[in-house]
Design a protein around this ligand. Structure first.
Ligand SMILES: [Zn+2]
Length: 128
């Protein structure tokens, strides 16, 4: 049973990474310290055990095969604290699910960080 579940999970990760690599020319991600993060946030094994490492390595080799790029953003880049519209930076608590800025931006916090990561990735690609 365990082997079957492991294989299903692996197939899922292959499928998802292939889909991303086929549809996009580059992938930008934060270079997260998943082990440290799961310890600090007391997530236990769930974060390190969910196949994130496997997923990123699948992504990496599949992108490479197609001459595409995986861009890793420094883990200190303030993707969560930065307003994706005006660029101002502020503290935001983990409990705040929405990023609200004085410029009028009101956006889901993860979507806001994703936009910042994308922008930073494009900047790195252009300067490379
Ligand atoms: Zn703003």
């Amino acid at each position: 049973m365990q082997e079957k579940v492991a294989n299903q999970r692996k197939n899922f990760l292959h499928h998802q990474s292939k889909k991303i690599v086929t549809n996009y020319d580059a992938v930008v991600m934060e270079d997260l310290d998943m082990k440290g993060m799961s310890k600090a946030l007391k997530f236990g094994k769930s974060v390190t055990d969910n196949g994130w490492g496997m997923f990123t390595s699948f992504l990496q080799y599949k992108l490479k095969e197609q001459g595409k790029q995986l861009v890793k953003i420094d883990k200190w880049f303030p993707s969560t604290k930065t307003c994706s519209r005006c660029g101002s930076v502020k503290e935001i608590k983990l409990s705040e699910r929405t990023y609200q800025c004085t410029c009028g931006l009101n956006l889901d916090r993860d979507y806001n960080s994703a936009l910042n990561i994308k922008k930073e990735g494009m900047r790195l690609l252009e300067s490379a």
